[in-house]
Design a binder for this molecule. Structure first.
Ligand code: TZP
Ligand code: MG
Length: 209
């Protein structure tokens, strides 16, 4: 069944941010700090490695009752019975992903302008990610979206919108003021000395403002 999703504090995993820390332990800490949704994003893993880590992350998110979305890989999302899939503009088309996933799984699409946002919705996206909003080392091939553009996309597309790219405690309030539904964060949580504390502070900045 498609879960009822709180998009407020959306954790995106990235091994490069971990600086040797254990991925599963760090995700668990982040969940303890208030993360509401996890996207497993493995850019360099073999299919076997991605599958094996996805099984572990699924067990963890199920334990805490939090949805798990798999980045890029429809096969892995289905194989581990994840709650959904997230695709970018160069991945499997959203319409195809929706057809294979059926209507009971979440589908998210990365977008950087209104045209892409409306197309994603028309093709069956449950939510869109919009960015990059601020400078980030986590993804280098980014397109830029201003907070004004983000607000205008949110006002024009009536599905949940999650902001992404360089979001941290210092800018979370400005992002919230655009009226969007959540913040997607990798480094500000995963690379922090305490993922739990970093998530807790972001949660307060965005959800409690
Ligand atoms: N897509 C656009 S920016 C980005 C992705 C995956 C990276 C987000 O990571 P961070 O560390 O929160 O900037
Ligand atoms: Mg992708």
């Amino acid at each position: 069944m498609k879960p009822n999703v709180n998009y407020g504090l959306y954790l995106i995993t990235d091994r490069a941010c971990l600086q040797g820390k254990n991925l599963i332990e760090t995700i668990e800490e982040a969940i303890a700090g208030g993360v509401t949704l996890v996207q497993l994003r493995e850019k360099d893993a073999s299919s076997l490695a991605f599958y094996e880590i996805a099984v572990q992350v699924k067990a963890l998110t199920s334990k805490y009752g939090i949805p798990l979305v798999i980045n890029d890989r429809l096969d892995i999302a289905l194989a581990v019975d994840a709650d959904g899939l997230h695709v970018g503009q160069s991945d499997l088309p959203a319409s195809v992903a929706r057809k294979v996933l059926g209507n009971h799984k979440l589908l998210g699409v990365s977008t950087a302008n209104l045209e892409e946002a409306l197309k994603a919705k028309a093709e069956g996206a449950d939510y869109i990610g919009v960015g990059a909003l601020f400078p980030t080392n986590t993804k280098t091939d980014t397109r830029w979206v201003t907070l004004e553009q983000l607000q205008s996309i949110k006002e024009s597309v009536n599905i949940p919108v999650v902001g992404i790219g360089g979001i941290q405690e210092s800018n979370a309030l400005a992002v919230k003021e655009t009226g969007i539904d959540g913040i997607a964060v990798a480094s500000a949580i995963l690379a922090a000395p305490s993922a739990k504390e970093a998530a807790r502070r972001l949660w307060k900045s965005f959800m409690n403002a």
